[in-house]
Every structure is written in C-alpha cells, then in structure tokens.
Design a protein around this ligand. Structure first.
Ligand code: THU
Length: 151
C-alpha cells in the first residue's frame, strides 16, 4: 500500500519527482512564501506540471495538485492520470519531510480515480524521506461521492 523510501524509487517515480521539484519554480506564492510543485503522469506517458497560484483574495488560491491534475485532464484526450508527484519548497530549500495534499485536492483525485477506473499513485517528496502511496484513496478513504449525492 505504502512505500517509504528514497533509495528504491523506480525511474518513473524519480523522473516525476524531478518534474514536481522543477515546477516549484513556477509557483506564485507571495503570501505564504510556500512553493509547491506537482507533476502528473498520464497513462499515455505524458507529464503535466502545475504549481500553487495564490491571490490577494486568499480563497481564490489554488493548490499545485489541482492546478496540475485539472490541467492534465483538460488537455489529455483519451488518457487518464496514473501518478502524481508533489514537492514543496520554503526558505530556499525543499522540505525535509513530504507534505500531504489538502482534503480538497484529495477529493478531486479520488473522484478522478473513480471516473477513470484507475488508481492514481501519489509520490510525496521530502529530502530525507519520500513516500509512495498506491492510491489517492488512501489519503481520503471517506470522500464525498456522487452516490451520496443521488441517495
Ligand atoms: N499548497 C499546495 O499547493 N499544496 C498542498 O498540498 C498544500 C498547500 C499551497 C496552498 C498555498 O498557496 C500554500 O501552499 C500555503 O498553504
């Protein structure tokens, strides 16, 4: 279910993490000074990146994960996300321990798993430790679902 490692990452996981780290540089985070990058791997091999985009109206801020995964799904016809890597940068350095996506991002990822019928692996990068979860559902086992909407 969950791998905790830095040394035994697959080549694909490492490449996706590198893309997420690079994406931190495109963050617009003048309010938090907390830069997050995300990279989404699609089943057809394409990678789409995103970063957090903040706004003076704080509630309009968007997390890196949603920017990346929604951008990916809006652009990749006939494909679906299979993995996402996330990295965070603060005070000139990547964080030592991984950050976890917020509940709203997890909600979006879980619905995508259901929509496409495939799990999305989540790679959480930290300088000291990287965690790989095999499904976003592990982060939000009790998500709100369309079934509840229709009950
Ligand atoms: N943020 C993300 O982009 N992803 C996360 O997983 C956690 C938080 C952003 C939102 C905001 O721009 C800043 O980090 C501080 O919360």
């Amino acid at each position: 279910m969950e791998k905790k490692l830095t040394t035994s990452l697959t080549e694909i996981e490492s490449a996706l993490i590198d893309a997420a780290k690079n994406a931190c540089s495109t963050a617009y985070a003048p309010y938090s000074n907390f830069k997050v990058g995300a990279a989404v791997l699609m089943a057809d091999g394409r990678v789409f990146c995103g970063s957090n985009q903040e706004n003076a109206a704080y509630s309009a801020c968007l997390c890196a994960e949603r920017v990346a995964i929604l951008y990916a799904c809006a652009n990749a016809h006939n494909s679906y996300p299979v993995a996402i890597a996330i990295a965070a940068w603060k005070n000139g350095n990547f964080l030592e321990t991984p950050i976890t996506p917020c509940g709203e991002c997890c909600q979006v990822m879980v619905e995508m798993e259901k929509r496409f019928g495939h799990s999305i692996a989540v790679c959480l990068y930290g300088k000291q430790e990287t965690k790989v979860l095999e499904s976003a559902k592990l982060l939000l086992p009790y998500s709100f679902t369309s079934q509840q909407l229709n009950d």
